[in-house]
Unconditional design. Structure first.
Length: 188
């Protein structure tokens, strides 16, 4: 017979996840568990009782956001305009970068606490390759642009620290992907 989770324990778990999600978004996945406990107003032992390992907390905090990224990529793959699909994905990545540093570390980086999202990282990489291939086939990107070039763009976005100027950086990076003479279009 299983024991029902006490109401206060269930509340504490939801609260810890919400606090961790916000903290990871602001400061990244290396934030110590004791800081999550302090921010949540709970003891470290309570946090560890719910999440014995950092990876457990990271997974709980980011699962919903990763699902949103999956949905965004499915939408990009369904977009009939190859340039809009690729540029929208790059812009979407930048928006996630502004909102959630921890999510970028989980999906783009190789943070050990984000191991639960390894399959998502591989799937995102496959989908990005498809977007670049489609853009090539349509002549929407320069012939010499590779998926690695697009990854360099994403790495530049991920490493960009000041929030001001990020949209300008994205515009410049996307302009660099376009064939000579192509009129840049900003997708919102």
């Amino acid at each position: 017979m299983t024991r029902k989770t006490r109401v206060d324990a269930a509340h504490n778990r939801r609260h810890i996840v919400a606090v961790a999600r916000a903290a990871f978004a602001d400061e990244g996945l290396d934030l110590p568990m004791r800081d999550i406990a302090r921010r949540s107003g709970l003891g470290v032992a309570t946090v560890h009782r719910h999440f014995p390992a950092r990876a457990d907390l990271v997974t709980a905090a980011l699962t919903e956001h990763v699902a949103e990224c999956r949905a965004d990529m499915r939408a990009a793959l369904a977009e009939p305009d190859p340039w809009r699909a690729l540029s929208g994905t790059v812009r979407g990545f930048a928006e996630h970068r502004l909102r959630d540093r921890g999510l970028n570390e989980a999906l783009f980086g190789s943070h050990p606490a984000a191991a639960a999202f390894a399959a998502d990282r591989r799937e995102q990489a496959r989908a990005l390759r498809q977007l670049v291939d489609r853009a090539h086939a349509a002549g929407a990107v320069r012939p010499d642009v590779s998926v690695d070039d697009v990854r360099v763009c994403l790495a530049a976005i991920a490493s960009f620290r000041p929030a001001t100027g990020l949209h300008r950086l994205v515009d410049l990076l996307l302009t660099g992907l376009r064939p000579c003479g192509a009129v840049p279009r900003r997708t919102e």
